[in-house]
Design a protein. Structure first.
Length: 390
């Protein structure tokens, strides 16, 4: 019987995107990896074999949380249902108290590390590799780059460390153990110092720095896709009338636990943009590979980054921009473009056509054959018109 329950526990955790070698059903909190990051500890669970046999789990990467019981709750006795609900409440209360304690201790340590850290120049290996400058960063004695995570009061709540060189396996970025990441952000101020211009929100530091170099706008770093909406809501609360743009990574190589395609960067940024009435700027994929705006900066140019940001659209539109296309709304380069990859791997902007302006409606002398009068300019700047039938 217990073996069947343990098997069901394992299946439930697997369905939730958690990676667990052997379920520990001892009622204690256990951290584990997730399907897309099995070596990280972005998952957690508590399992109980005593009646009613039950499981609680949390996927910190996706934000999903759930419970499971060996028997449907409607089949439990009143006493068993009460015991189950009390168990869940106790788990959550204990987790919240323990989490608050860890966050407070980590914040204190983060501030100490930051205060003892050294200034860092643009010649840091990671910054050189990403072709971005150091803006408000520091480094440890062994050369790890430090990016502070700030809370809504502007105080440090945790730190992100970035290794000088990317290891052969695993990630080159990690957070201070026990630190709070949710709602944490890093701020890059606008070049002109204003606080009323467009506010861009992106995931990583290098991505945000590239966006800043390309546009001069202020940028907030949210550190991961799951934190975009929390940071966007903080920004909207502080700046009710400011234009906010969510700048999405294209995670086109990611799949869900069931193997179906999943683009968490685009999904999270779109949701965040809708939540705050902001715009979405989606970085185009490069050669079918996952891409962010720092990749676009290095593979193509800062002008390519500017062009995508200029084409950002409100997420309440019924006509989303197809992936890989972007608009330049005005100026000499105004028009519709598509980013394509050359055989040598370089990215190339292909101009599809100029802007089309609707100047009015047309009809024949009998009041039939209605159409729209379109106007556009050719590459020489000469304007043309055409009555398009409708």
């Amino acid at each position: 019987m217990n073996a069947d329950i343990l098997h069901s526990f394992a299946e439930c955790l697997r369905s939730a995107g958690l990676e667990v070698e052997a379920v520990q059903a001892d009622g204690l909190l256990h951290r584990c990896g997730t399907t897309d990051r099995p070596r990280r500890r972005d998952g957690a669970y508590k399992a109980f074999l005593d009646a009613p046999a039950s499981l609680w789990w949390k996927n910190w990467r996706t934000g999903d949380e759930g419970t499971w019981t060996a028997r449907p709750e409607k089949e439990l006795t009143a006493a068993q249902r009460k015991a189950l609900h009390e168990r869940i409440r106790a788990i959550r209360a204990h987790n919240e108290a323990e989490q608050a304690r860890r966050w407070q201790a980590a914040a204190k340590l983060a501030i100490s590390i930051w205060n003892h850290a050294s200034p860092v120049g643009d010649n840091h290996p990671y910054l050189q590799r990403k072709e971005v400058p150091a803006i408000g960063l520091r480094q440890t004695e062994d050369g790890r780059l430090i990016v502070p995570l700030l809370n809504q009061s502007g105080k440090i709540q945790s730190l992100q460390f970035i290794l000088p060189d990317k290891p052969a396996e695993g990630t080159d970025k990690f957070f201070l153990r026990g630190g709070k990441t949710s709602g944490g952000f890093f701020s890059i101020p606008a070049k002109n110092g204003t606080k009323d211009g467009p506010l861009l929100i992106a995931e990583g530091y290098a991505t945000g720095a590239s966006l800043h170099l390309a546009t001069g706008h202020a940028v907030l770093i949210a550190f991961n896709a799951g934190n975009l909406e929390a940071v966007a809501r903080l920004a909207r609360a502080r700046y009710p009338d400011r234009e906010i743009l969510l700048c999405a990574d294209t995670d086109c190589e990611t799949v869900k636990p069931d193997g179906s395609p999943w683009n968490p960067g685009r999904e999270a940024a779109s949701s965040a943009a809708q939540a705050v009435g902001g715009k979405l700027a989606l970085c185009p994929a490069h050669d079918g590979r996952a891409t962010d705006f720092n990749d676009l900066h290095r593979l193509r140019s800062l002008e390519a980054v500017r062009a995508v940001i200029a084409s950002a659209r409100k997420q309440d539109t019924d006509c989303p921009m197809p992936e890989g296309f972007f608009l330049v709304p005005d100026g000499k380069r105004a028009g519709l473009y598509k980013l394509e990859t050359k055989p040598d791997g370089e990215m190339n902007e292909v101009r599809i056509g100029p802007p089309l302006s609707v100047r009015g409606m047309t009809r024949d002398s009998e009041g039939n054959e209605w159409g729209l009068m379109l106007e556009w300019a050719d590459p020489d700047g000469k304007k043309h018109t055409w009555p398009m039938p409708i």
